[in-house]
Design a protein around this ligand. Structure first.
Ligand code: 5GP
Length: 188
């Protein structure tokens, strides 16, 4: 995209299983100016995940090497794996005029808020914790121990929701997508 306008950075968080990815997929289909930053992670790929598309799947050594070179905008450890946003990619997309979404957990989110106090931040909430647990379980991508770990993590993450400027409940997908698109469009 050629443009003189620099894109907006959008911080986007919410518990595992809340449907963040589904909302984003639909939002990006409707707004071609949106791009999702592809993170690096040391987590193993799940079935159906493609390297370079969902994540860049890297070794812990590669991950730590980029930390030492100052190459991350933020990074955090989550349920035993490292996740981080490569700085260069985000800067290039913003320069090209795209609005760039960072779909990251809250520890990384707080690092972004410190660096960019005016960042547009959105927190996605489940209709209830029991609904979240059944979505996480029905997704079938995680074993029982991981489901438990992610539910614990979700409870901690939910306590941080007030640090985000906007909160969207993912009860009805269509409503949630429209709310996210409106927030980004308004840009405040
Ligand atoms: P998952 O393993 O389910 O793909 O991701 C686990 C959590 O890590 C999710 O909350 C996701 O948003 C978050 N995450 C993904 N990429 C990054 C990243 O680059 N940095 C941080 N801090 N969190 C990330």
């Amino acid at each position: 995209m050629s443009s003189n306008r620099k894109g907006k950075l959008v911080l986007y968080s919410g518990a595992s299983g809340v449907g963040k990815g589904t909302i984003l997929g639909e939002a990006m289909r409707r707004n071609p100016r949106l791009r999702l930053s592809v993170s690096n992670t040391t987590r193993k790929p799940r079935e159906g995940e493609t390297n370079g598309e969902h994540y860049n799947f890297v070794s812990r050594e590669e991950f730590e090497d980029l930390i030492s070179r100052g190459g991350y905008l933020e990074y955090a450890e989550y349920c035993g794996n490292l996740y981080g946003t490569p700085k260069q990619q985000v800067e290039e997309l913003l320069e090209q005029g795209y609005d760039v979404l960072l779909e990251i957990e809250v520890q990384g989110g707080l690092q972004i808020m410190e660096q960019y106090p005016d960042v547009l931040s959105i927190f996605i909430l489940p209709p209830s914790m029991s609904e979240l647990e059944s979505r996480l379980r029905n997704r079938g991508t995680e074993d029982e121990q991981t489901v438990q770990k992610r539910m614990e993590q979700a409870k901690t993450e939910m306590t941080m929701q007030n640090r985000y400027r906007h909160r969207v409940v993912n009860d009805d997908l269509e409503t949630a997508v429209n709310e996210v698109l409106d927030i980004i469009e308004r840009g405040e």
